[in-house]
Design a protein around this ligand. Structure first.
Ligand SMILES: Cc1ncc(COP(=O)(O)O)c(C=O)c1O
Length: 374
Protein backbone atom coordinates (compact mmCIF):
# COMPACT_ATOMS: atom_id res chain seq x y z
CA UNK A 1 0.00 0.00 0.00
CA UNK A 2 1.09 3.59 -0.61
CA UNK A 3 -0.18 6.40 1.60
CA UNK A 4 0.73 9.92 0.43
CA UNK A 5 1.86 12.47 3.01
CA UNK A 6 -0.83 14.86 1.79
CA UNK A 7 -3.89 14.74 -0.42
CA UNK A 8 -5.89 17.93 -0.97
CA UNK A 9 -9.64 18.16 -0.47
CA UNK A 10 -10.46 20.17 -3.58
CA UNK A 11 -13.70 18.77 -5.00
CA UNK A 12 -16.42 19.47 -7.56
CA UNK A 13 -17.69 22.56 -5.76
CA UNK A 14 -14.24 24.22 -5.87
CA UNK A 15 -13.80 23.22 -9.53
CA UNK A 16 -17.19 24.74 -10.41
CA UNK A 17 -16.33 27.93 -8.51
CA UNK A 18 -13.02 28.33 -10.38
CA UNK A 19 -14.62 27.62 -13.78
CA UNK A 20 -17.31 30.21 -13.10
CA UNK A 21 -14.60 32.84 -12.54
CA UNK A 22 -12.68 31.70 -15.62
CA UNK A 23 -15.84 32.42 -17.66
CA UNK A 24 -16.20 35.89 -16.11
CA UNK A 25 -14.31 39.11 -16.97
CA UNK A 26 -12.12 39.29 -13.88
CA UNK A 27 -9.26 36.87 -13.35
CA UNK A 28 -7.22 39.13 -11.10
CA UNK A 29 -8.24 40.38 -7.63
CA UNK A 30 -11.97 41.17 -7.69
CA UNK A 31 -15.35 40.28 -6.17
CA UNK A 32 -14.47 36.73 -5.02
CA UNK A 33 -11.56 38.13 -3.02
CA UNK A 34 -13.92 40.57 -1.33
CA UNK A 35 -16.47 37.84 -0.63
CA UNK A 36 -13.84 35.51 0.84
CA UNK A 37 -12.29 38.33 2.87
CA UNK A 38 -15.65 39.08 4.49
CA UNK A 39 -16.30 35.40 5.23
CA UNK A 40 -12.79 34.93 6.64
CA UNK A 41 -13.03 37.99 8.89
CA UNK A 42 -16.41 36.73 10.19
CA UNK A 43 -15.02 33.24 10.79
CA UNK A 44 -12.05 34.63 12.75
CA UNK A 45 -14.09 37.21 14.63
CA UNK A 46 -11.93 40.13 13.43
CA UNK A 47 -12.86 43.31 11.55
CA UNK A 48 -10.75 42.92 8.41
CA UNK A 49 -9.07 40.30 6.27
CA UNK A 50 -7.22 40.90 3.02
CA UNK A 51 -6.12 38.15 0.65
CA UNK A 52 -2.48 38.02 -0.45
CA UNK A 53 -0.31 35.89 -2.72
CA UNK A 54 1.06 33.91 0.26
CA UNK A 55 1.53 33.90 4.01
CA UNK A 56 5.08 35.06 3.37
CA UNK A 57 3.84 38.18 1.56
CA UNK A 58 1.24 38.77 4.30
CA UNK A 59 3.98 38.65 6.98
CA UNK A 60 6.16 40.98 4.91
CA UNK A 61 3.25 43.43 4.48
CA UNK A 62 2.63 43.36 8.24
CA UNK A 63 6.23 44.39 8.92
CA UNK A 64 6.05 47.12 6.24
CA UNK A 65 2.76 48.46 7.62
CA UNK A 66 4.39 48.80 11.04
CA UNK A 67 7.32 50.68 9.49
CA UNK A 68 9.79 48.00 10.56
CA UNK A 69 13.08 48.14 8.67
CA UNK A 70 16.77 48.79 8.97
CA UNK A 71 18.09 48.98 12.51
CA UNK A 72 15.04 47.18 13.96
CA UNK A 73 14.98 43.78 15.63
CA UNK A 74 12.15 41.26 15.39
CA UNK A 75 11.91 38.13 17.53
CA UNK A 76 10.97 34.82 15.88
CA UNK A 77 11.02 31.26 17.21
CA UNK A 78 13.92 28.98 16.23
CA UNK A 79 11.54 26.17 15.24
CA UNK A 80 9.43 27.32 12.30
CA UNK A 81 9.39 27.47 8.53
CA UNK A 82 12.16 29.68 7.14
CA UNK A 83 9.65 32.25 5.78
CA UNK A 84 8.90 33.51 9.32
CA UNK A 85 12.48 34.74 9.65
CA UNK A 86 13.16 35.52 5.98
CA UNK A 87 10.49 38.26 5.92
CA UNK A 88 12.38 40.07 8.67
CA UNK A 89 15.45 40.02 6.42
CA UNK A 90 13.34 41.18 3.42
CA UNK A 91 12.13 44.14 5.50
CA UNK A 92 15.78 45.07 6.20
CA UNK A 93 15.51 44.26 9.92
CA UNK A 94 17.36 41.68 12.04
CA UNK A 95 15.75 38.47 13.34
CA UNK A 96 16.42 37.49 16.95
CA UNK A 97 15.72 33.79 17.54
CA UNK A 98 14.11 32.46 20.69
CA UNK A 99 14.01 28.80 21.74
CA UNK A 100 10.74 26.87 21.96
CA UNK A 101 9.04 24.82 24.68
CA UNK A 102 10.36 21.27 24.61
CA UNK A 103 6.90 19.73 24.95
CA UNK A 104 4.83 21.70 22.44
CA UNK A 105 7.32 23.32 20.06
CA UNK A 106 5.69 26.73 20.72
CA UNK A 107 7.78 29.83 21.40
CA UNK A 108 8.95 29.80 25.02
CA UNK A 109 7.45 32.93 26.59
CA UNK A 110 9.81 32.86 29.61
CA UNK A 111 12.83 32.85 27.34
CA UNK A 112 11.11 35.53 25.25
CA UNK A 113 10.75 37.81 28.29
CA UNK A 114 14.50 37.57 28.98
CA UNK A 115 15.18 38.64 25.41
CA UNK A 116 12.66 41.47 25.12
CA UNK A 117 13.72 42.90 28.50
CA UNK A 118 17.28 43.26 27.23
CA UNK A 119 16.79 44.05 23.53
CA UNK A 120 13.47 45.91 23.29
CA UNK A 121 12.59 44.56 19.78
CA UNK A 122 10.06 46.36 17.57
CA UNK A 123 8.01 43.19 17.03
CA UNK A 124 7.58 39.54 17.96
CA UNK A 125 6.26 36.92 15.52
CA UNK A 126 4.79 33.97 17.44
CA UNK A 127 4.22 30.86 15.32
CA UNK A 128 1.18 28.76 16.19
CA UNK A 129 3.04 25.61 15.23
CA UNK A 130 1.24 22.40 14.19
CA UNK A 131 -2.08 24.15 14.91
CA UNK A 132 -1.71 25.00 18.59
CA UNK A 133 -1.60 28.63 19.66
CA UNK A 134 0.90 30.49 21.76
CA UNK A 135 -0.92 31.93 24.80
CA UNK A 136 -1.91 35.29 23.31
CA UNK A 137 -3.11 36.70 26.67
CA UNK A 138 0.35 36.24 28.19
CA UNK A 139 2.06 37.52 25.04
CA UNK A 140 -0.18 40.62 25.01
CA UNK A 141 0.82 41.38 28.62
CA UNK A 142 4.48 41.19 27.60
CA UNK A 143 3.84 43.37 24.55
CA UNK A 144 2.25 46.05 26.74
CA UNK A 145 5.04 45.83 29.31
CA UNK A 146 7.93 45.96 26.81
CA UNK A 147 6.31 47.88 23.93
CA UNK A 148 6.56 45.52 20.94
CA UNK A 149 4.07 44.75 18.18
CA UNK A 150 2.76 41.21 17.66
CA UNK A 151 2.40 39.69 14.20
CA UNK A 152 1.02 36.15 14.42
CA UNK A 153 2.29 33.55 11.98
CA UNK A 154 -0.96 31.60 11.84
CA UNK A 155 -0.05 29.54 8.75
CA UNK A 156 -0.97 26.36 10.68
CA UNK A 157 -3.79 27.67 12.80
CA UNK A 158 -6.80 29.00 10.92
CA UNK A 159 -9.18 26.94 13.10
CA UNK A 160 -7.34 27.28 16.42
CA UNK A 161 -8.40 28.86 19.69
CA UNK A 162 -6.53 29.32 22.96
CA UNK A 163 -8.59 30.30 26.01
CA UNK A 164 -11.35 31.28 23.59
CA UNK A 165 -9.08 33.62 21.58
CA UNK A 166 -8.50 33.18 17.86
CA UNK A 167 -5.56 34.37 15.74
CA UNK A 168 -5.89 38.05 14.84
CA UNK A 169 -8.21 38.97 17.71
CA UNK A 170 -5.62 40.48 20.07
CA UNK A 171 -2.51 41.12 17.99
CA UNK A 172 -1.80 43.80 15.36
CA UNK A 173 -1.91 41.25 12.51
CA UNK A 174 -2.35 37.52 11.95
CA UNK A 175 -1.12 35.96 8.71
CA UNK A 176 -2.49 32.79 7.12
CA UNK A 177 -1.34 30.44 4.37
CA UNK A 178 -3.39 28.72 1.67
CA UNK A 179 -0.34 26.93 0.27
CA UNK A 180 -0.92 23.56 -1.43
CA UNK A 181 -0.72 21.45 1.76
CA UNK A 182 -2.59 23.77 4.12
CA UNK A 183 -5.97 23.04 5.73
CA UNK A 184 -7.72 25.04 3.04
CA UNK A 185 -5.82 25.79 -0.13
CA UNK A 186 -5.71 27.73 -3.35
CA UNK A 187 -2.40 26.18 -4.39
CA UNK A 188 -0.63 29.33 -3.33
CA UNK A 189 -2.24 32.09 -1.31
CA UNK A 190 -2.47 33.87 1.99
CA UNK A 191 -4.35 36.43 4.04
CA UNK A 192 -3.73 39.08 6.66
CA UNK A 193 -6.32 39.65 9.39
CA UNK A 194 -6.51 42.66 11.69
CA UNK A 195 -8.83 44.95 13.64
CA UNK A 196 -7.43 48.45 13.24
CA UNK A 197 -9.13 50.36 10.36
CA UNK A 198 -6.04 52.59 10.07
CA UNK A 199 -4.21 49.79 8.22
CA UNK A 200 -6.92 48.81 5.72
CA UNK A 201 -6.35 51.20 2.80
CA UNK A 202 -2.58 51.14 3.16
CA UNK A 203 -2.35 47.34 3.18
CA UNK A 204 -4.61 47.17 0.13
CA UNK A 205 -2.26 49.55 -1.68
CA UNK A 206 0.94 47.87 -0.49
CA UNK A 207 -0.24 44.48 -1.78
CA UNK A 208 -0.75 45.96 -5.29
CA UNK A 209 2.26 48.07 -6.33
CA UNK A 210 1.18 50.94 -4.08
CA UNK A 211 -1.59 51.88 -6.58
CA UNK A 212 -4.41 53.99 -5.22
CA UNK A 213 -7.02 52.09 -7.32
CA UNK A 214 -7.14 48.40 -8.21
CA UNK A 215 -8.08 47.06 -11.67
CA UNK A 216 -11.55 46.23 -10.32
CA UNK A 217 -11.98 49.77 -9.00
CA UNK A 218 -10.93 51.25 -12.36
CA UNK A 219 -13.04 48.87 -14.44
CA UNK A 220 -15.53 50.47 -16.84
CA UNK A 221 -14.38 54.06 -16.41
CA UNK A 222 -11.39 56.16 -17.30
CA UNK A 223 -9.72 57.27 -14.13
CA UNK A 224 -6.18 58.20 -13.21
CA UNK A 225 -4.51 56.48 -10.33
CA UNK A 226 -1.75 57.65 -8.02
CA UNK A 227 0.99 55.89 -6.08
CA UNK A 228 1.48 57.45 -2.66
CA UNK A 229 4.32 54.99 -1.91
CA UNK A 230 5.81 52.01 -3.77
CA UNK A 231 4.23 48.69 -2.90
CA UNK A 232 4.72 45.04 -3.83
CA UNK A 233 2.95 42.56 -6.11
CA UNK A 234 1.29 40.52 -3.39
CA UNK A 235 -2.37 40.22 -4.47
CA UNK A 236 -4.37 36.99 -4.94
CA UNK A 237 -6.34 36.11 -8.09
CA UNK A 238 -10.14 36.05 -8.26
CA UNK A 239 -10.24 32.33 -9.08
CA UNK A 240 -8.02 31.42 -6.14
CA UNK A 241 -10.38 33.27 -3.81
CA UNK A 242 -13.32 31.51 -5.49
CA UNK A 243 -11.96 28.07 -4.60
CA UNK A 244 -11.38 29.06 -0.98
CA UNK A 245 -15.03 30.03 -0.39
CA UNK A 246 -16.52 26.50 -0.46
CA UNK A 247 -13.57 25.16 1.55
CA UNK A 248 -14.14 27.74 4.27
CA UNK A 249 -17.72 26.49 4.56
CA UNK A 250 -16.42 22.94 5.21
CA UNK A 251 -13.53 23.98 7.42
CA UNK A 252 -14.93 22.76 10.75
CA UNK A 253 -15.97 19.41 9.36
CA UNK A 254 -12.48 18.92 7.88
CA UNK A 255 -10.81 19.94 11.16
CA UNK A 256 -12.95 17.47 13.13
CA UNK A 257 -11.96 14.71 10.77
CA UNK A 258 -8.25 15.49 11.30
CA UNK A 259 -8.81 15.68 15.07
CA UNK A 260 -10.31 12.17 15.00
CA UNK A 261 -7.29 10.85 13.08
CA UNK A 262 -4.90 12.43 15.61
CA UNK A 263 -6.85 10.79 18.48
CA UNK A 264 -6.62 7.43 16.72
CA UNK A 265 -2.85 7.76 16.11
CA UNK A 266 -2.26 8.71 19.74
CA UNK A 267 -4.29 5.81 21.11
CA UNK A 268 -2.61 3.34 18.78
CA UNK A 269 0.95 4.55 19.38
CA UNK A 270 0.78 4.28 23.19
CA UNK A 271 4.29 4.85 24.49
CA UNK A 272 5.64 6.77 21.47
CA UNK A 273 6.58 10.35 22.27
CA UNK A 274 4.53 13.21 20.74
CA UNK A 275 4.49 16.98 20.90
CA UNK A 276 1.98 17.65 23.73
CA UNK A 277 -1.56 18.78 22.94
CA UNK A 278 -2.62 21.59 25.24
CA UNK A 279 -5.68 20.78 27.33
CA UNK A 280 -7.11 24.09 28.56
CA UNK A 281 -10.60 25.56 28.71
CA UNK A 282 -11.50 27.21 25.37
CA UNK A 283 -8.43 25.77 23.66
CA UNK A 284 -8.33 23.60 20.57
CA UNK A 285 -5.80 22.72 17.93
CA UNK A 286 -6.37 23.19 14.22
CA UNK A 287 -4.55 19.83 13.90
CA UNK A 288 -2.65 20.99 10.86
CA UNK A 289 0.24 18.59 11.48
CA UNK A 290 0.80 15.64 13.77
CA UNK A 291 4.18 14.24 14.62
CA UNK A 292 6.00 11.60 16.62
CA UNK A 293 9.40 12.06 18.23
CA UNK A 294 11.86 9.22 17.66
CA UNK A 295 15.53 8.53 18.26
CA UNK A 296 17.60 7.60 15.19
CA UNK A 297 15.13 9.56 13.06
CA UNK A 298 16.99 9.37 9.73
CA UNK A 299 16.99 5.55 9.75
CA UNK A 300 13.37 5.30 10.97
CA UNK A 301 12.21 7.84 8.37
CA UNK A 302 13.94 5.88 5.62
CA UNK A 303 12.32 2.61 6.72
CA UNK A 304 8.82 4.15 6.92
CA UNK A 305 9.22 5.74 3.49
CA UNK A 306 10.49 2.46 2.05
CA UNK A 307 7.24 0.82 3.16
CA UNK A 308 5.19 3.36 1.20
CA UNK A 309 4.10 5.81 3.90
CA UNK A 310 4.68 9.46 2.99
CA UNK A 311 6.18 11.39 5.88
CA UNK A 312 7.86 14.69 6.46
CA UNK A 313 9.65 16.60 9.24
CA UNK A 314 8.44 19.95 10.53
CA UNK A 315 11.04 21.12 10.78
CA UNK A 316 14.22 19.15 10.12
CA UNK A 317 16.54 22.05 11.03
CA UNK A 318 15.88 25.04 13.31
CA UNK A 319 15.95 28.15 11.09
CA UNK A 320 19.05 29.73 12.72
CA UNK A 321 20.97 26.53 11.89
CA UNK A 322 20.24 26.71 8.14
CA UNK A 323 23.48 27.47 6.34
CA UNK A 324 22.74 31.11 5.42
CA UNK A 325 21.73 32.02 8.99
CA UNK A 326 24.79 30.21 10.40
CA UNK A 327 27.09 31.99 7.98
CA UNK A 328 25.50 35.40 8.36
CA UNK A 329 24.95 35.46 12.12
CA UNK A 330 27.32 32.79 13.44
CA UNK A 331 24.61 30.55 14.98
CA UNK A 332 25.76 27.09 16.05
CA UNK A 333 24.32 23.85 17.35
CA UNK A 334 23.63 23.97 21.07
CA UNK A 335 22.22 27.52 21.01
CA UNK A 336 18.55 26.41 20.71
CA UNK A 337 18.56 23.07 22.56
CA UNK A 338 14.80 22.45 22.64
CA UNK A 339 14.21 23.40 19.01
CA UNK A 340 17.14 21.14 18.10
CA UNK A 341 15.75 18.28 20.20
CA UNK A 342 12.45 18.39 18.26
CA UNK A 343 14.05 19.03 14.86
CA UNK A 344 16.37 16.02 15.36
CA UNK A 345 13.50 13.66 16.25
CA UNK A 346 10.25 14.74 14.61
CA UNK A 347 8.50 12.75 11.92
CA UNK A 348 5.21 14.22 10.70
CA UNK A 349 2.59 11.74 9.53
CA UNK A 350 -0.21 11.76 6.93
CA UNK A 351 -3.10 13.87 8.26
CA UNK A 352 -5.93 14.96 5.96
CA UNK A 353 -9.70 14.47 5.77
CA UNK A 354 -9.65 11.88 2.97
CA UNK A 355 -7.21 9.55 4.80
CA UNK A 356 -9.25 6.32 4.93
CA UNK A 357 -9.49 3.97 7.93
CA UNK A 358 -7.47 1.42 5.94
CA UNK A 359 -4.76 3.99 5.23
CA UNK A 360 -4.65 4.98 8.91
CA UNK A 361 -4.30 1.29 9.84
CA UNK A 362 -1.40 0.98 7.43
CA UNK A 363 0.36 4.11 8.81
CA UNK A 364 -0.06 2.79 12.36
CA UNK A 365 1.13 -0.74 11.51
CA UNK A 366 4.11 0.56 9.56
CA UNK A 367 5.29 2.95 12.27
CA UNK A 368 4.89 0.31 15.00
CA UNK A 369 6.68 -2.30 12.95
CA UNK A 370 9.60 -0.01 12.12
CA UNK A 371 9.88 1.00 15.79
CA UNK A 372 9.87 -2.68 16.81
CA UNK A 373 6.52 -2.47 18.64
CA UNK A 374 4.79 -5.36 16.84
C1 LIG B 1 4.77 28.37 9.87
C2 LIG B 1 4.77 28.85 8.46
N1 LIG B 1 4.95 30.15 8.21
C3 LIG B 1 4.93 30.65 6.96
C4 LIG B 1 4.74 29.82 5.89
C5 LIG B 1 4.76 30.41 4.51
O1 LIG B 1 3.52 30.24 3.87
P1 LIG B 1 3.38 30.53 2.31
O2 LIG B 1 3.93 29.35 1.58
O3 LIG B 1 1.90 30.70 2.10
O4 LIG B 1 4.13 31.77 2.03
C6 LIG B 1 4.53 28.46 6.08
C7 LIG B 1 4.32 27.58 4.91
O5 LIG B 1 4.55 26.43 4.85
C8 LIG B 1 4.55 27.95 7.39
O6 LIG B 1 4.38 26.65 7.62
Amino acid sequence: MKVPFYRHSVGEEEIRAVVEVLRSPFLTTAEKNEEFETLLADYLGVRYALTTSSCTSALHLALLALGIGEGDEVVVPALTFMATANVVIHAGATPIFVDVEGETGLMDLNHLEDIVRKRRPRAVIPVHIYGQMVDMEVLMELSEKYGFHIIEDAAHSLESTRKGIRPGQLSRFACFSFYATKNITSGEGGAIAFNDPAYYERLKRLRLHGMSLSAKERHGRFVKYDMPEPGWKYNMTNFQAAMLIPQLKRIEEMRDRRAAIVRRYRRAFGSISFPRIIDEEGTRSAHHLTGILVEDRERIALEITRRGVGISAHYPTPVPLLSWYRKTFGFQRGMFPRAEHIADRIITLPLYPSLTDGEQDYVIETVKEVLGMM
